[in-house]
Write a protein that binds this ligand. Structure first.
Ligand code: AMP
Ligand code: ZN
Ligand code: ZN
Length: 411
């Protein structure tokens, strides 16, 4: 009996295989399609053109490239990654920088070793795509993403790991491939993958350095390895690969320094974040005096009251945003005399106005749902959430993205 059952099963399975084998369009049934969202942190839009990147070029030739991807303000890692997966403006999700205080939560949000990582869901406003997916019957798996270690609305990705920057990049790819493998235990519909080495080299050596170019080539090799592994596991016709980054990188200069303590008395403010966006909470009764002084000396930076921030920044409506915001012009650093004398400055940074060309970043994608060989106009990181929900055929939570801006990406 058992033998008969096994033979029937085999016939059934082979028939299924035959059916899908006959479909040489590479297009599988719509419900099976998967999304892999990859972030190569700090990948400036212009890095592609000045490097040999055969694997990224292959993705683009067989898929879509956006002229650029526009980050949100401030162009820092945590606000941007969280906007990418929630579709929310920073003022609507509250991750206002990589590190900031919230007295109502009795502490400071900051990243670091796992024991410091802000796993408490009260820091994170909005619903990330993996929660939208999990609550609608899909399976999500994250190989690092800011926010993926926290449970949100009590939900976590089926697979997730505490951030470990020392984990080998190829091992990250291996795990994600195992999770996405349709024949594996997880059979994830959605996964993330994150690499930080391009950003780290950009900070250390500057965006125009040979070290950054090497890092870009390493990232391209990783994508090549991913494509090989996808082919081996039969994922090529099933998986939509979206490659993004969170911001670009700007070269800094010792001649372009704004010394905050030479402009104002630091006792008049609490500096929530320094560089290149100084977020200042004025002491009781000092708001106008601080603002007026900064305004009178407004050179190589712009200063705003929180409540007068131009709309484009999406950076006024959250209680965590302090009352005065000072944005350095690209390549300028905001620091104090003593900090500068002790530590100098690094070679590159980001955080500046999100509409500057230096902060522009990338979107490359290919897969069964993605058009082939097209360049689409620039769009915002806010639009990625809706795009991913569309591909996964799940109902998106309310968000600030515009799905019409990204429909050109889809077949
Ligand atoms: P930034 O300081 O804005 O350049 O951010 C880049 C750095 O953020 C990386 O080099 C990592 O050290 C850190 N990072 C990225 N993702 C995570 C995460 N999920 N948890 C903790 N730290 C992270
Ligand atoms: Zn970053
Ligand atoms: Zn960085």
């Amino acid at each position: 009996m058992k033998k008969l059952y096994t033979s029937l099963l085999l016939i059934f399975v082979s028939f299924g295989f035959f059916l899908s084998g006959c479909d040489n369009s590479g297009y599988t049934s719509p419900n099976e399609q998967k999304v892999l969202l990859i972030s190569i942190d700090g990948f400036m839009n212009e890095y592609l053109d000045r490097n040999e990147t055969p694997n990224l070029d292959y993705i683009i030739a067989n898929g879509v490239k956006a002229e650029y991807l526009e980050p949100v303000f401030p162009t820092k890692t945590f606000p941007n990654h969280w906007s990418q997966v929630t579709g929310l403006k920073v003022e609507n999700h509250g991750i206002i920088s990589n590190s900031f205080p919230d007295d109502s939560l009795g502490g400071r949000f900051s990243y670091g070793p796992p024991e410091d990582s802000p796993n408490d869901e009260r820091w994170w406003g909005g619903e990330p795509i993996w929660v939208t997916a999990e609550t609608q019957g899909k399976t999500a798996a994250t190989m690092f993403w800011p926010g993926s270690e926290a449970s949100i609305n009590g939900v976590r990705p089926t697979r997730w790991v505490d951030y470990d920057g020392s984990l080998d990049n190829y091992a990250r790819v291996d795990s994600v491939i195992t999770w996405l493998d349709s024949a594996g235990n997880t059979d994830a519909d959605f996964a993330t993958l994150y690499f930080s080495h391009v950003d780290s080299r950009g900070h250390r050596y500057g965006p125009n350095s040979p070290e950054v170019d090497e890092a870009v080539v390493e990232a391209d090799n990783l994508i090549g390895y991913l494509l090989e592994q996808m082919e081996e596991k039969g994922l090529t016709g099933l998986l939509n690969v979206l490659i993004v980054s969170d911001h670009g990188m700007a070269e800094l200069s010792e001649d372009k320094i704004i010394f905050l303590d030479e402009l104002i008395d630091l006792d008049d403010v609490s500096v929530i974040d320094w560089n290149p966006v100084a977020m200042l909470q004025p002491a009781e009764g000092r708001k106008e005096a601080v603002y007026n002084t900064l305004k009178e000396n407004e050179e190589n930076y712009r200063v705003f009251y929180r409540d007068e921030m131009p709309e484009k920044y999406g950076f006024s409506g959250h209680y965590r945003i302090p009352e005065i915001i000072m944005i350095a012009d690209v390549s300028y650093s905001i620091t104090s005399r003593s900090f500068f004398e002790d530590r100098g400055i690094i070679a590159g940074t980001h955080g500046y106005d999100h509409t500057t060309p230096e902060m522009a970043t990338i979107f490359y994608a290919s897969g069964p749902d993605i058009k082939q060989g097209e360049t689409v106009p620039a769009f915002s990181v806010l639009d990625l959430y809706g795009l991913m929900a569309k591909i996964l055929k799940i109902e998106p939570a309310p968000n600030d993205g515009d799905i019409n801006s990204v429909m050109g990406v889809l077949r």
